[in-house]
Design a protein. Structure first.
Lengths: 271, 283
């Protein structure tokens, strides 16, 4: 039971070279895989391919296989895939439907699309709002939320489809520090309470250090580094790959280089 | 390649996404609550039928009586529903179009031979002024009839009613997106104006100076909107928008007998006005 990408190579329509691959990767339920990389390293493409939107919706050519719990993603329709792999995009404003009057209805948009019985739609909606911790926002107008709040509503909307896996494409990239903290807290809660497998693409390595156990760093569509998150984030090659290590790790490295021992007191002070 | 190990956060539970607790409630009252008051409480389809009758009457009843009567009715409805200010703002926003219609007809109405005065080669005419004023009144009646529906109807109620009446989800979404597009585009344009000002562009003052700022404003608005469409399409697919069958409706606008009678009366009124016009009994 996992999302498994085996030997995949993806090329956008009209592109002269592949944007992704060759690449092998898997995400099991209950696990969080962080993905980092410089701009145009293939992160968003990886998300689209993993969620089955490329090539099904985006077009282009995919080689290799994407299997979701053993089923070939190419054989699944977008709405079937959406119930297995929920995808959250970068921009909170474009992933809300824009046709609902309340956060509650926005969250219910996905289950309602499935034509489920009203009781099921309501149950899923309340559950998703609670899982993200935004029950209090339910009566609000989605058009009048902050960026962080909008991203949480979008996350709840995806969760309401009950996917076994979540594909999160830089969910905090357009958010300020307060919005980033809001979304990161919610992701920790979602990972803990839903047991979904999460593929988290993120520039902000502080967020990855907090949530992901394993990490991949992409460079030109391929995995340049991979392994446990703490090891990858501490790898000296990270900067060459266009990824900045978390501030705490950089500070620790500099202090050690200067001959200062890292102590628990410093950890407490930073916390 | 990595098979991710359980994260400290996720390791607490390894079951697939499923509710950890029973649902906390049914349909909230802020979803089921219907608008109250005269006209506002009507079914959206009834309001649309009335608006259609108003528009047909304004355009097909010849001369002043049609558009003036419709405008008077709309002003009365605006007063009764406390939307007169909104109607006035929407009417004012059409002023560039109104002024251009008046000027074109005033000076250039074909066949007009009753000049008000002569200004060199230009000769504004009484019949041009009258035709321009009637056309303007009709356009105002048209925009006000639509605006009144917009100002008194929650968009969700309209979409839910369309869906209930069998309009496909794509059609319903197009209507909803179109209604929301105007405020979204205005907000985007305001952001771009601010950004261009921050980069030193002068967007105030003389007309020519403003005109020079149109392209740097319009291009990002148009291209941004096109990019947004692509992102929205992907996001919709990720939310099962293309699933087969009918959507589940959370809100179902009421449709009492009085509304149905009114709707049929409005539709009958449209047929009567069209028939009278075609038969030549009016006009």
């Amino acid at each position: 039971m996992a999302i498994e990408l085996a030997g995949i190579t993806y090329r956008y329509a009209g592109a002269s070279r592949a944007s992704l691959g060759p690449l092998d990767l898997s995400v099991a339920p209950g696990r969080v895989l962080g993905v980092a990389g410089a701009n145009e390293s293939g992160k968003t493409t990886l998300c689209l391919v993993t969620a089955g939107l490329a090539p099904a919706v985006v077009g282009g050519k995919l080689e290799g296989s994407v299997r979701v719990d053993g089923a070939d993603a190419a054989g699944l329709k977008p709405h079937e895939l959406a119930q297995r792999c929920g995808m959250l995009f970068q921009n909170p404003s474009t992933q809300l439907s824009g046709t609902t009057a309340t956060v509650f209805e926005e969250t219910a948009f996905g289950p309602a699309n499935l034509g489920l019985a009203l009781e099921d739609v309501l149950e899923r909606t309340w559950w998703a709002l609670r899982a993200v911790g935004i029950e209090g926002l339910a009566p609000r107008d989605p058009a009048r939320l902050s960026g962080g709040q909008s991203q949480l509503v979008a996350l709840a909307g995806v969760l309401a489809l009950r996917p076994r896996y979540l594909i999160l494409d830089e969910p905090t990239s357009e958010l300020d520090p307060a919005g980033t903290a809001l979304v990161a807290d919610a992701l920790v809660r979602v990972a803990r309470e839903t047991g979904a497998g999460i593929l988290l693409v993120e520039h902000k390595t502080e967020v990855l250090a907090r949530i992901a156990a394993e990490m991949v760093v992409l460079a030109r569509g391929r995995a340049a580094l991979s392994g446990p998150a703490t090891e990858v984030l501490g790898d000296p090659r990270l900067a060459e790959l266009g990824v900045e290590a978390p501030a705490r790790m950089r500070l620790e490295r500099e202090l050690r280089a200067a001959g200062v021992e890292w102590t628990a007191a410093l950890d407490e002070a930073l916390a | 390649m990595p098979a991710a190990t359980p994260s400290p956060a996720a390791a607490a539970t390894s079951s697939p996404a499923a509710p950890a607790a029973p649902p906390s409630g049914g349909l909230p009252d802020y979803v089921t609550r219907r608008p109250r008051g005269f006209y506002r409480a009507m079914n959206p389809a009834t309001k649309l039928a009335i608006a259609a009758l108003e528009i047909v009457a304004a355009f097909l009843v010849p001369g002043w009586p049609g558009p003036i009567a419709v405008l008077l009715i709309l002003v009365a409805l605006g007063l009764a529903t406390h939307t007169l200010r909104g109607l006035a703002i929407i009417g004012l926003s059409a002023s560039p179009l109104v002024i251009s219609i008046l000027l074109v007809n005033l000076f250039l109405l074909p066949g007009a031979t009753d000049p008000i005065l002569r200004l060199g080669p230009l000769a504004p005419t009484w019949s041009g002024l009258a035709f321009g004023a009637i056309t303007t009144a009709r356009l105002l009646a048209f925009s006000s009839a639509i605006a009144l529906v917009y100002l008194t109807t929650p968009i969700d109620d309209l979409l839910a009613d369309l869906s209930r009446r069998g309009v496909g989800r794509r059609g319903v979404f197009v209507v909803g997106a179109a209604v929301q597009m105007v405020p979204r585009t205005v907000a985007r344009a305001a952001e771009i104006v601010d950004a261009q000002r921050a980069r030193g562009m002068d967007t105030e003052g003389h007309v020519l100076r403003r005109a020079r700022g149109v392209l740097p404003l319009a291009a990002p608005v148009v291209f941004g909107a096109l990019t947004e469409v692509e992102e929205r399409a992907l996001a919709l697919e990720a939310r099962a928008f293309s699933a087969p069958g009918r959507q589940t409706l959370l809100r179902v606008p009421g449709d009492p007998a009085g509304d149905r009678v009114l709707r049929w009366a409005a539709l009958l009124g449209i047929v009567v006005v069209v028939a009278l016009r075609i038969s030549g009994r009016v006009g």
